[in-house]
Design a protein around this ligand. Structure first.
Ligand code: SF4
Length: 70
């Protein structure tokens, strides 16, 4: 974990412990405000809105969210 990422968010380590996202290369992991903004712009929801199985499909669409929880 870089110092720059730690400085970007005082909650980074706690956020990472709670993060269920399996997409390892993502630089937004643990930076929840950036994660939410990114997926909102794309018309999606972050990984933590999905079950483990649904999250691993990387389909973060509203349709998938509704399908998952219906
Ligand atoms: S949910 Fe999306 S933006 Fe957030 S950490 Fe995972 S891949 Fe990155």
């Amino acid at each position: 974990m870089t110092t720059k990422r730690r400085e970007a968010c005082p909650n980074l380590e706690a956020n990472l412990e709670a993060c269920n996202c399996s997409y390892e290369p993502c630089g937004r992991k643990g930076l929840c405000c950036q994660c939410v903004a990114y997926h909102r712009r794309a018309g999606q929801l972050p990984a933590c809105f999905f079950t483990e199985a649904a999250e691993q499909t990387y389909d973060r669409s509203f349709d998938r969210f509704i399908q998952t929880w219906s």
